[in-house]
Design a protein around this ligand. Structure first.
Ligand code: ACM
Ligand code: ZN
Length: 522
């Protein structure tokens, strides 16, 4: 039996100054900001599946004296679950937690369950000055509870990512989708193609819309150019992020976008464009007619597979215009040779070929929902973003899906009509919270194909770290609860109250939560 280490729950973040600050504030806040003693720990986000009160409470000052007993045993957990039936993956994340006056007992089938039990304790300790003794039995509803960050339009860098992973862990989220490459900048070191970062991770204008005015896209400048804006993740940066994430049971899924959104790739390696004057009139696609393109993608992916241990690789697939492919002799020759009747089928050929390559290396692919056009690659997981319809279609074809519909999950949308620098549509917290992933068109029998949901932060409008955070929070709290908690326990007015408690604490920890302090917007 160990002494419980509440500070230890966050000790792994100590190696950065920002993180150290959060830690210190966390300790202070636990005593100071907390609300009055709650009759039940209903401040928790996500709300647990089952919770019952025991007699007594533990004062915050006494937490460090609690003894912790952890038992990792599937049999012991199953005994506590009784006739509740969980899938294998749910069992690995499930935990039973008993908070008594003198000790904490945790039973789980796996380290992952122990981790989530500790996150529950950590959140209770952060939000309440006096913790009601209780018993909790808890497990996730969905296996994929994600956040996507676009690092291409604007680049935040490692410290920012670590800080957000820390919040994701507290919220029991487990997938970080790293949108690393796109038209305005390539953001990951690739040794086989050094010009990707030397030539196209840097640009003259910092703000995306100023850069984009140059006509999609703008210009890039060489690494080291005085005043240039940009940056990228080195292999060491990625290794640091991956180990930080792994300690928190978060899988990092890199996105290497193809065939569209590749203006920067073509700027670095013009031979990857279609064989048309200046590469054609839509300068943001790769040419799937050329073997050179596949050699390039495979070499890049080999390095990415080496760096990222995730089972999945996201290959993009969205918004390819394909106009050049109709004119390009290489694309036309490829279509003829492969018996492809449309450019949609040409895209499908490309994605399926990449999927075969991924399989050869033990990986599976995820793509945006446009990969349905022209025929879905046999084992692809679809990220449904236009709405949920593509997800419903993919499920009906036996594919797994992750739901990120714009009208519930696009965190670049504004939270109020006149919000500072945000994309056009309105997406307040309540709307995000109202999302039900197993909606019309998905039968009970097919529901297991819905892996879960994800909040997407595109950053065309979002230059600064504080701005990115206020787009994320508190809306990510809602994504987390939809991903973890049972549909029947969701309750908007109670969630709104809990979100405001957590928002206050998150601000004390140094996160910018919407609405931000007015001075930030000046
Ligand atoms: C997307 O929003 N283009 C996936
Ligand atoms: Zn071509």
């Amino acid at each position: 039996m160990n002494r419980i280490q509440f500070v230890g729950l966050t000790s792994k973040i100590q190696h950065t100054t920002d993180m150290r600050k959060i830690l210190i504030v966390l300790a202070l806040v636990c005593g100071a900001v907390c609300t009055q003693a709650q009759p039940r720990p209903t401040n928790l986000i996500p709300t647990p599946v089952e919770y019952s009160v025991r007699s007594g409470s533990v004062r915050h000052d006494d937490l460090a004296r609690l003894r912790e007993k952890v038992r990792i045993s599937e049999k012991a957990l199953l005994r506590r679950l009784g006739d509740r039936r969980l899938t294998d993956w749910q069992l690995r994340s499930a935990y039973w937690l008993e908070l008594g006056k003198k000790r904490v007992k945790i039973v789980a089938a796996d380290e992952e369950g122990v981790f989530y039990a500790r996150q529950t304790l950590r959140m209770m300790a952060s939000l309440d000055s006096s913790l009601t003794c209780c018993t909790i039995l808890d497990w996730p509803r969905f296996r994929y509870r994600g956040v996507m960050l676009d690092e291409s339009r604007h680049f935040q860098g490692k410290q920012f990512v670590l800080k957000q992973l820390e919040m994701m862990a507290l919220l029991k989220m487990n997938r970080f989708h790293f949108h690393l490459v796109d038209n305005p900048g390539w953001r990951v070191q690739i040794d086989a193609y050094p010009r990707l970062t030397a030539a196209t991770a840097w640009r003259p204008e910092a703000y995306f819309w100023d850069w984009e005015k140059n006509e999609i896209g703008g210009l890039f400048v060489e690494e080291g150019t005085p005043g240039a804006y940009g940056g990228y993740y080195t292999h060491q940066d990625i290794a640091d992020i991956l180990s930080f994430a792994a300690e928190r049971h978060i899988e990092v899924i890199p996105e290497i976008e193809m065939p569209g959104h590749n203006y920067e790739t073509r700027a670095a390696y013009p031979e990857l464009a279609c064989s048309l004057p200046d590469g054609g009139k839509d300068p943001w696609e790769l040419c799937p007619g050329k073997e050179t393109t596949f050699r390039f993608l495979e070499n890049v992916l080999l390095e990415v597979f080496d760096i990222f241990p995730s089972q999945y690789i996201h290959i993009g697939g969205d918004e390819a215009r394909k106009n050049n492919w109709k004119l390009c002799p290489d694309c036309q020759a490829r279509m003829k040779a492969e018996g492809l009747e449309s450019v949609e089928e040409l895209q499908s050929y490309m994605i399926s070929r990449i999927e075969r390559f991924a399989h050869q290396h033990g990986k599976r692919i995820i793509g945006w929902d446009e990969i349905l056009q022209g025929g879905l690659a046999p084992d692809a997981t679809v990220m449904s973003w236009h709405g949920v319809e593509a997800g419903v279609q993919a499920v009906s074809e036996g594919h797994d899906v992750i739901l990120t519909p714009t009208h519930y999950c696009y965190l670049d949308y504004r939270q109020e009509p006149d919000q500072y620098h945000a994309a056009g549509r309105l997406l307040p917290l309540e709307k995000v919270y109202s999302f039900e992933p197993i909606g019309e068109g998905i039968s009970e029998a097919d529901a297991h194909h819905v892996l879960g949901l994800q909040g997407n932060l595109w950053t065309e409008h979002v230059q600064h770290a504080w701005h990115a955070e206020m787009m994320l929070y508190p809306r990510v709290f809602a994504i987390a609860e939809t991903g973890w908690s049972q549909a029947v326990s969701k309750d908007w007015s109670d969630f709104e109250r809990r979100a405001s408690v957590l928002s206050a604490v998150a601000r004390e920890w140094g996160y910018t939560v919407y609405p931000p302090s007015p001075s930030l917007l000046q």
